[in-house]
Ligand binder design. Structure first.
Ligand code: SAM
Length: 285
């Protein structure tokens, strides 16, 4: 099954960007995921193709218009629902508008066959979540990323200016996700981040050897430190235990390091981890 991603943006030329190279780029080429970069402006219906307006109540900046956003989201939902199992897509998208710069792997609909087709097997498209990237959204977690990666795909909506007209969230059942307590100039970098995190978890993307299950956040802890040759560098050596060949001892050392690093660096995670441990211990009794 191909993981379908659609990104609604005023800057489709930013996609696939960094996702066109390395693991994600290869996976895109192999059809493990597909990408539609949809120009929001194509859903404005006035002659100036207006996507924003001044904030009600006054104040600085501009707000993305709810009617334009709603049409773009409806289009993306329909487009995904219609994706035939072959992955050969009917050419009805406004993506071929002159605004869309189509980088080599940007999945304008006409190029879906180029990534090996696949589609979504005709099923599950109705359940594709719509996520708007917003600073006030629910912080993105590895657990949410895992859920998304296990699903049929995602529709991401990138804000610009002051952000979205509030009515879009309820009006189109749009979830809000934040990628950190920072303010970006637009949702595109956040969307790239979210997609990157999902794509590396898709079956066959990382390869059998590294399933990602030992990594930071997967068990509520930060990952233990890594070392590689040379054994000594500027007077600093690799911990002896890692050279012992004793796998049980190594696992124990790694677990301890993992816990210690989490406690010191991320007290918030540590508290949650300890709380979960206490809860599961009392549940087991
Ligand atoms: N006025 C907004 C506020 O104060 O919350 C900030 C708008 S920001 C300049 C423009 C767009 O960037 C947002 O609509 C959102 O799509 C995106 N963005 C900015 N920071 C983000 C973050 N931490 N996580 C996800 N998206 C973000």
């Amino acid at each position: 099954m191909t993981f379908q991603a659609a990104v609604l943006t005023l800057y489709p030329e930013m996609f696939p960007g960094p996702l066109g190279v390395s693991l994600a780029g290869r996976a895109l080429g192999e059809g493990k995921w597909s990408l539609d970069a949809v120009q929001i402006r194509d859903f404005a219906n006035d002659k100036h193709r207006t996507v924003d307006d001044t904030p009600a109540g006054g104040g600085a900046g501009m707000v993305l218009k709810v009617d334009v956003l709603a049409r773009a989201i409806d289009h993306a939902r329909e487009m995904m629902a219609q994706t035939p199992p072959s992955g050969l897509l009917p050419d009805t998208s406004p993506l071929h508008g002159e605004d869309l710069v189509d980088p080599p792997h940007a999945m304008g609909r006409g190029t879906a066959d180029e990534v090996g087709g696949g589609g979504v097997g005709g099923g599950g498209a109705g359940t594709i979540p719509v996520i708007a990237l917003t600073p006030r959204g629910k912080p993105l977690t590895q657990a949410r990323v895992r859920e998304l990666a296990a699903g049929p795909g995602v529709i991401l909506v990138c804000g610009r200016f002051e952000g979205f007209d509030e009515r879009i969230f309820e009006g189109r059942q749009v979830e809000e996700v934040s990628v950190g307590d920072i303010v970006l100039s637009g949702g595109e970098c956040a969307a790239l981040m979210l997609l990157d995190a999902c794509i590396r978890l898709l079956p066959g993307v990382m390869g059998a050897a590294s399933s990602g299950h030992e990594e930071s956040f997967e068990n509520g802890l930060l990952e233990y430190p890594h070392y590689t040759r040379p054994q000594e560098w500027e007077g600093r050596t690799i911990p002896q235990v890692l050279r012992s060949g004793d796998h049980a001892k190594i696992a124990e050392w790694r677990q301890r390091q993992s816990e210690e690093d989490t406690r010191l660096r991320r007290p918030d995670l540590w508290e949650r981890h300890v709380g979960a441990r206490v809860q599961s211990a009392s549940g087991a009794r």
